[in-house]
Write a protein that binds this ligand. Structure first.
Ligand SMILES: Cc1cc2nc3c(=O)[nH]c(=O)nc-3n(C[C@H](O)[C@H](O)[C@H](O)COP(=O)(O)OP(=O)(O)OC[C@H]3O[C@@H](n4cnc5c(N)ncnc54)[C@H](O)[C@@H]3O)c2cc1C
Length: 327
């Protein structure tokens, strides 16, 4: 029988963010005894036994304190399986924890199955092209579950906190603050319901033989502003700036979706002025409902890659959509 430890860092008020609640739901589904372990500025109980390493030293993301807290909790719990959300913080610290415990860690896990009592994880390889299912005999087994792959735990969070004391040691690394674009300039929104993809067609000569960059920028930003969708791009569009061509200034390579870009997870996607070639569409692997607007009825999306293709001028479609949204 496994002892399953749900391990996560907390938000400043002690609550759990959505990725942690998804990992909690996955941990609860594994047969065995469930215990929880939390570290951060503060913590609230989430399981009958919740080990907690709390204090201002553990509030910030810092390898030395995160791994010290995780190691103390893992040892106190005697866990054989540890399930944590895959965040930048856990991805940095928990493989080191596996080394300290002489266990194994798997990152970027997208699912956990327990058919017949045997734990198996799923994970993608080769830039999301191959889906593998893995079992491990080594323990403790640390599993970092990707966000957006399961439903968050929605039940009541209750139990008892069991404080674990940890010496944070010398704190040489200190966070000096956050540097982030203003929220209205931030176009990558991982939690958005919709991914809106702009392709290179937005910069091409249109019916009148001229490009319409300003109109394109206004239509795209207008749609994003009204829907709070996340903005993705094809590689061709973000590459244009390197070629000295006119570009949409709010796009960077961080927006690029595809084989050499990101593989975002949104329930829905709308592609505009993008041809839908395989190296781009492979980045849509986790987008469940796909629609595309393209002038070309023979574009890649029309060949089974989208659920719905509107053969239409995206400038006209998006102007109409924005007008309807504005009503
Ligand atoms: C090794 C490798 C890795 C790659 N990795 C990636 C990757 O990660 N991501 C990626 O995106 N690509 C990637 N590519 C490139 C990919 O193969 C395509 O070249 C790229 O996705 C094409 O971008 P696009 O569809 O925006 O542009 P285009 O192919 O130029 O297509 C523009 C489209 O816009 C349409 N259009 C024009 N005007 C309008 C209008 N008014 N209304 C509606 N539609 C209009 C046209 O019909 C056309 O279909 C990779 C290629 C290679 C070789």
């Amino acid at each position: 029988m496994e002892t399953v430890l749900f391990l996560a860092h907390t938000e400043p008020d002690g609550s759990l963010a959505r990725p942690a609640l998804e990992a909690l739901a996955a941990a609860k589904a594994i047969p065995g005894t469930l215990v929880a372990g939390l570290f951060g500025a503060a913590a609230k109980p989430v399981a009958a036994k919740t080990f907690a390493v709390c204090g201002p030293e553990f509030a910030e993301s810092r390898y030395s304190t995160d791994i010290a807290a995780a190691e103390a909790i893992a040892k106190a719990s005697g866990a054989s399986v540890i399930v944590a959300p895959h965040t930048s913080r856990t991805a940095r610290a928990l493989p080191g924890l596996a080394h300290r415990l002489n266990g194994r860690a798997d990152t970027h896990v997208t699912g956990i199955k327990t058919d017949g009592g045997v734990i198996a994880i799923s994970r993608w390889y080769y830039r999301q092209r191959m889906d593998a299912e893995l079992e491990r005999s080594e323990r403790p087994w640390i599993i970092l579950l990707e966000a957006g792959c399961g439903e968050p735990f929605a039940g009541e969070l209750a139990g008892a906190l069991e404080p674990v004391s940890v010496d944070p040691g010398a704190l040489r690394t200190k966070a000096g603050g956050f540097q982030a674009p203003k929220s209205d300039q931030q176009t990558i929104r991982p939690d958005a319901e919709l991914l809106f993809v702009a392709g290179a067609g937005w910069t091409k000569n249109q019916k009148d033989g001229q490009p319409h960059l300003e109109d394109a920028g206004r239509l795209i930003l207008g749609f994003l502003h009204q829907t709070q969708a996340s903005l993705g791009s094809s590689k061709s569009l973000v590459d244009l700036s390197g070629e000295g061509q006119q570009v949409l200034p709010f796009l960077t390579h961080l927006n690029q979706v595809g084989q050499t870009g990101a593989t975002p997870r949104h329930p829905k996607g709308l592609s505009t002025c993008c041809h839908g070639e395989e190296p781009h569409v492979v980045g849509w692997r986790f987008i469940r409902e796909r629609r595309a607007v393209n002038l070309d009825p023979n574009c890649g999306w029309a060949r089974g890659k989208a659920d719905v293709v509107y053969v239409a001028d995206a400038f006209e479609v998006m102007a109409k959509v924005n007008a309807l949204l504005g009503k």
